[in-house]
Design a protein around this ligand. Sequence first.
Ligand code: GDP
Length: 425
Amino acid sequence: MSNCAIVGINWGDEGKGRIVDYLTSNCDYVVRFQGGGNAGHTVINEKGKFALHLLPSGVFRPGVVNILGNGVALDPENLLNEIDIVKSKGVYIGPDNLKISDRASILFPWHRLMDELEENRLADKKYGSTKQGIAPFYSDKSIKKTILAGEVFYPDEMEKHLDSILEWANLKLTGIYNAVPITKDQLNRWIENYLNPIKGYICNTGSLLKTAQQNNKSIILEAQLGSLRDLDYGIYPYTTSANTIVSYAPIGSGFPGIRIDETVGVVKAYSTCVGEGPFVCEMTGDEAEKLRQAGGEYGAKTGRPRRVGPLDIVATKYGIEMQNATSIAFTKLDVLSYMEEIPVCTHYSYKGSVTDEFPFPAVLDQCSPVIEYAKGWNCDISKARKWEDLPQEAKDYVIMVENKINCHIKYISVGPERDSIITRI
Ligand code: GDP
């Protein structure tokens, strides 16, 4: 297999984890290139059901090397917990199949604390953060107020560096939030308990990937969230604080020269959105509750009910363009099986005119959805494994979507299990 990026096209939770897990049968490396423990990539396989937050979704395949690139928000505390949980279900994780970039920046406990304090300060204007410290972490990374994972190999230099970082963190904690400062003892204990134990995984992953590419190994680049949450191209300020789009993958992977042959954009057969912010196609009431229940739409990290709506063609087309996707994995088609008629948001109406262009974020909440209906199939499709197994109405729905988004739908998933997938050539 050639190198491939797997990215979200919409607001996240499209089912990227299960697509990565599926495609790893044929790959050598999986690299998470951005985001942090706020991800919730659900993977179901013979070992059980897992919600991966930081670990790349290739950890279940023997022989696959998993890399946390320099673009991730490396939270050693959450990572260690996650490794323990995954290992307790009989999955092998060791320094030979998990590698952490020595250039990944460290997310400290005060980042999580500041995330929470800031959401509390914002009260009814909050962003709906998962409180995993992502926004304070990325802002500190940008202004160079954190450390690189590889500094752990230079303890004297690291200690000096940490003194000035701690001073900065405490200025923010006490000055902005009137919170209790963190002591050097507390920080040292945290380093002992959480940073030192991951030392064995930290290495120069850039040179590893460079060699892998020279040797024609195949690499999957795994993104978190989706186009509409991209810091630069998403629905700012209701974005995450990192770039979720594929253009960032070379930077965040650790090897800027990485080749990306294919970009698979993951799109769910309907829409969901977690947290605050504009969501033009949002459904409410009984209709929404039915879809939420059918799709099990509750956050993998927080358990929060997800906002739901029909497939949004306007947002999806925009998401595909931002990702420059070469093909689509269309997930959760089975969830729509209960519907007599399937609503699809084909356009937005803004100030009396109808458009299929995704609007500027500031006016999104003034838009309303234009809905068309497709015929439902009203039968169980979860056992379909070939295109021919699908009822005609389901095929028609897929083809209609493909035509509207103008991108080839290569994979269709009809259930959460590893093999519940149809590949179309
Ligand atoms: P990710 O963050 O993009 O990996 O997506 P999530 O894991 O947050 O959400 C996807 C959810 O849908 C998970 O619970 C998956 O097990 C489930 N899922 C994925 N594909 C399918 C599918 O085709 N059908 C059904 N019914 N569930 C699916």
